[in-house]
Design a protein around this ligand. Structure first.
Ligand SMILES: [Zn+2]
Length: 363
């Protein structure tokens, strides 16, 4: 069976189908982040109702808690979460390398301190694959070496090389035939390294390829330079995933460049800070201007929050620290994001998607 098919193209943008063991995912698509197996403040039913086709969880975090014994008892993460649609797992390269966990980085893998028992442990490409094979996600991600934003060229060179070696070991260690495996390209914002990494990872022949190590704090124009460098070098016939990107404007721009897949905490994290996406830009519901505002968060939105509640009500809940304020904003922002991507997909299919015109409708 073909794993990915492109159904329509409009400029560089594409609409396609990613075939997984839990059904088809229409591309382009956006994944909310369910690090520990749950999107913050939203039930799986609400995530589904938002139009979400696929979520992404974190293998490194889940293998510590609840641990693989629990997941095995439930025959995989889908059944443990009771989520029947698409599910990616990230290997957790970004997390394991953070100051919170990382003790040492070597060719073998990352030595980290498990915060639950204080023990030092190794997390290697082989571990990342064994864990994801057990989790049984539809798409597993390779373990990559992710340098922090602003890292030196020397550090990014080392990370690029290590990422290629680890990707090759991941491919070797990946044994779950039901699960697709995506490679991750690094290279930071250095053009030569981004090119090199993209070529190295593409040559390994994964089911899909991701641009990683971006949207982690580098200036936006540097991120787009790296996307413009890396994206054309990725195989056209395979899904192209831009990790960590999720603002409405960035989704529109990246889809127009030919990206098929995204994940980000952005919609739900901004919601928890009181910000709502609207078709006229973001609003801060904490602002006093909404005290008597009887309009919905966004007049063009069809989500249950916008159908049922006013800005004044959500402003009141937010000001009085009622948790439902953050929950309603999270649902609205996720629904808004999914609806945005769906509309773009429809326009690509009809051959009508134009980035500039689309962005104008969002102001
Ligand atoms: Zn809404």
């Amino acid at each position: 069976m073909k794993k990915f098919s492109i159904e329509a193209e409009c400029g560089k943008a594409r609409a396609g189908i990613l075939h997984t063991s839990h059904g088809k995912i229409e591309t382009p698509f956006f994944m909310p982040v369910a690090t520990k197996g749950s999107v913050k403040l939203l039930s799986n039913e609400e995530v589904l109702e938002s139009g979400t086709q696929c979520m992404i969880s974190n293998a490194f975090i889940l293998h510590m808690k609840p641990g693989l014994e629990t997941i095995k008892k439930f025959h995989g993460l889908h059944k443990f979460m009771n989520w029947k649609k698409g599910l990616f797992t990230d290997s957790g390269g970004f997390q394991v390398l953070s100051e919170q966990f990382c003790l040492k980085l070597s060719e073998e893998g990352v030595t980290f301190r498990n915060p639950f028992d204080g023990k030092a442990m190794i997390y290697s490409p082989e571990n990342a694959m064994q864990i994801q094979n057990v989790l049984g996600s539809d798409v597993a991600m390779c373990l990559d070496d992710v340098p922090i934003a602003g890292a030196t060229e020397k550090r990014v060179t080392e990370a690029t090389q290590r990422t290629a070696e680890w990707a090759s070991r991941c491919k070797e260690a990946h044994k779950n035939k039901e699960q697709l495996l995506f490679g991750i390209c690094q290279g930071g914002v250095f053009e030569n390294l981004r090119k090199k990494s993209t070529q190295q990872i593409s040559e390994l022949g994964f089911d899909g390829n991701a641009l990683g190590g971006l949207a982690i704090g580098e200036p936006l124009e540097k991120m787009y330079d790296a996307i413009n460098t890396g994206l054309p070098l990725l195989p056209k016939e395979k899904p192209r995933y831009l990790m960590g990107v999720g603002s409405p404007q960035d989704l529109v721009k990246a889809i127009s460049l030919g990206v098929d897949c995204f994940d980000s905490r952005f919609p739900t994290r901004t919601a928890r800070h009181g910000r709502a996406f609207t078709s006229k830009g973001n609003i801060n519901i904490d602002s006093a201007i909404f005290r008597l505002d009887n309009k919905p968060l966004d007049e063009k939105c069809g989500c249950f929050v916008c159908k049922n509640h006013s800005r004044a009500y959500i402003h009141h809940l937010f000001r009085t620290k009622e948790e439902n304020a953050q929950k309603y904003l999270s649902f609205h922002n996720l629904w808004f994001t999914q609806n945005l991507v769906k509309r773009i997909r429809e326009q690509i299919t009809e051959g009508k998607f134009r980035q500039k015109e689309f962005l104008k409708t969002m102001k």
